[in-house]
Write a protein that binds this ligand. Sequence first.
Ligand code: ZN
Ligand code: ZN
Length: 265
Amino acid sequence: MISDTHVHSYFSPDSRSDPEDNIKKAIENGQKNIILTDHYDHGVKCGKSDYNFDTAERNRVIGSLREKYEKQIRIITGIEIGQQPLADIIESGKKKLAEYDYDYVIGSTHLIDGLDPYAQEYFEGKTMKEAYTGLLETLIANANMWDNYDTLGHFDYTTRYAPYENRGLKYKDFPDLIDTLFRTIISKDVALELNTKTASRVSIDPDIWKRYRELGGELVTMGSDAHRPEMVGYMFKEFGELLKECGFDSVYIFINRKPVGEKID
Ligand SMILES: [Zn+2]
Ligand SMILES: [Zn+2]
C-alpha cells in the first residue's frame, strides 16, 4: 500500500496515539514507509497545551523506534507547520525547523484571520462562497510568503468543518483562485497533499486534481492525518484509484527533503 505521509502521535496536543502503535498499523497495512508529522503551530493552543513538542525528546523516541523496526519499515521524521501570512509566525517556523534536519515538512493552513474553522466562528455570517474565498486567499498568501516546506497539507481543511450543505470545494466555483494557488506551489516545487481525513468526510472534486495535473502538477502526497492509530492509511486504496483516474501514476514520499515516487498499486 502507498505510504502514509501525515501521522500524529502524543507529541501533538490533539492526539494520544503512541507512535509505536502508528508504526505497527502501517506495517500491518503493508506500507514500506511512514512519515511522522507532529504539529508545530506557533501561538495556537489546544486547551492549555501548545501545538509544539520537545524536539530532542521526540527525536529520541523516534530514533529508538527506527532501530527496533528497521527491518520492517522505514520511519521518516517530518513535521506539520501551521502557516499564517504573518512575519512573526514565519520567523518562528524557521526557528523550529532549524532545530533538526527534517526529512519532510508539511505546510498547513489551519487558521484564517486568526480563526480555526473547527470552532465554527469563522463561518458566522458568511456564505459558502465568502468562506471559501477567504480560505483560498489565505492559502495563496501563505503559498507566496512561506518557503521551506515540501507539501501543501489539506488545502481543503476548512471544508471538513463547514456548516453548509454540499460543502465540498468545487473547481468550477473558484477557477481563478485555485489556478493561482496551484501555479504558485508548482513554481516552488511544493507538492499537493490528498488528505484522506478530509476526503473521507467531504466529497472531493476530481476536477481540482485534474486541473492540478493539467497545470503541470506532478507531486502528490497522500496523508491520513491520523490522530488515532487505526486511521493510519485510511482509505488509501480508494483515493489512490481516484488519483489514477485524474492522471497520476505515482504519489511521493520525501526523504531528506527530496521527493521519491511510489507507484500507485
Ligand atoms: Zn493539519
Ligand atoms: Zn495533521
